[in-house]
Design a binder for this molecule. Structure first.
Ligand code: ACO
Length: 311
């Protein structure tokens, strides 16, 4: 690559300018963005499945309407992100094919089952809470279309986080059985939520370069720590116990110390061995196949409209 172009690109990134689709960029920067943005898009779309599972069983009409809107928002986030990836010269069909063939990654968190209604509270509170921690800094990521997509996504995610916490509050204000259900959901979702931030920094192959390019603005461990610091007091406020015996406030560091994450579990879920990984991909492929007629009809309509315009 032309050294002068690379220098000019790096100077723009260092000055916190946004890089736009038609600007020159190093091929490796483009590839890294396609990788991260498409994985992010897939996560939003696959993320509709665990919660979609509870729409028909939500305990009241209000809860059903809220959950329906929330799951629909996640679909919208996936669409903005696929659009942002497309500005880098990759086709959406290709991205979706990679997801369905098992070639593309998506967040480990969506390979765990939603067993009770409390899981819907835990997902909003913890999973969307973790997503916000990760996505707020991405509003300043160096690639313009990705940064702009994150602004609306973050607004919606903060509503999602609060609706999840509110479900947990209602359960913790309920019967003994409801409290036990909320605690059980926290027990099962806590560790997988910490894994969402990715491997520890010293084991994260992409972090150093992505920080230099300002694609990532903070490291996996920094964000994970911030999430723990913000979430532990929220658990305490409603009498939930975080399932970690090593958890303790460290006065000197001004942060919570926490226990060791089971990285074996993380890597096995990445390899596609998560508890419901197969069901997730089956559901995605089924939706894609059964939706073929909608895509065909939309294409036929667009072709007709274009022909009419020409005539
Ligand atoms: N689930 C699945 N794969 C993961 C996860 C995870 N929780 N964490 C890391 N990985 C993968 C990375 O994608 C990378 O794989 P690849 O090189 O084959 O693409 C590998 O593990 C090594 O990790 P890192 O070097 O740390 O990778 P990276 O710098 O991309 O950091 C991170 C990972 C933090 C997830 C980053 O990509 C990111 O910030 N993405 C945007 C946010 C996002 O995708 N959120 C999705 C969940 S939130 C939601 O959808 C509601």
């Amino acid at each position: 690559e032309d050294a002068a172009l690379v220098d000019a690109f790096e100077a723009r990134v260092a000055a916190d300018e946004f890089i736009e689709p038609k600007d020159w960029m190093p091929e490796a920067y483009r590839k890294t963005l396609i990788r991260q943005i498409s994985q992010h898009a897939h996560s939003e779309i696959v993320g509709m499945l665990p919660e979609g599972n509870w729409i028909t069983r939500a305990p009241s009409l209000r809860r059903k309407a809220v959950l329906l809107a929330k799951v629909q928002d996640e679909g919208g986030h996936g669409l903005y992100l696929y659009c942002a990836a497309e500005t880098l010269g990759v086709g959406r069909d290709e991205l979706i094919e990679d997801l369905h063939s098992g070639k593309a990654k998506y967040s480990t968190i969506f390979n765990y089952p939603t067993l009770t209604w409390a899981d819907i509270g835990a997902i909003g509170w913890l999973v969307d809470g973790a997503a916000i921690m990760n996505q707020v800094p991405l509003q300043r990521t160096s690639y313009g279309p990705y940064a702009r997509a994150m602004i609306r996504v973050c607004k919606e995610e903060s509503f999602h986080q609060r609706q999840g916490y509110e479900i947990m509050m209602a359960l913790m204000d309920g019967t003994e059985a409801q409290k036990a259900m909320a605690q059980d959901a926290l027990n099962r979702w806590w560790w997988p939520s910490l894994m969402m931030f990715g491997p520890p920094d010293d084991n994260s192959p992409n972090t150093a370069q992505s920080m230099r390019w300002r694609i990532k603005r903070e490291t996996n461990d920094q964000l994970r720590q911030r999430f723990v610091d913000a979430t532990v007091p929220q658990a305490e406020a409603i009498d939930l116990r975080v399932p970690d015996d090593a958890l303790a406030w460290n006065e000197e560091r001004g942060h919570y110390d926490f226990g060791e994450i089971d990285w074996e579990e993380f890597y096995s879920v990445i390899r596609g061995e998560g508890p419901v990984a197969r069901e997730r991909m089956q559901a995605r492929r089924k939706a894609w196949d059964e939706g073929a007629w909608v895509r065909d009809a939309a294409n036929a309509y667009a072709a007709k409209a274009a022909a009419r315009k020409e005539a």
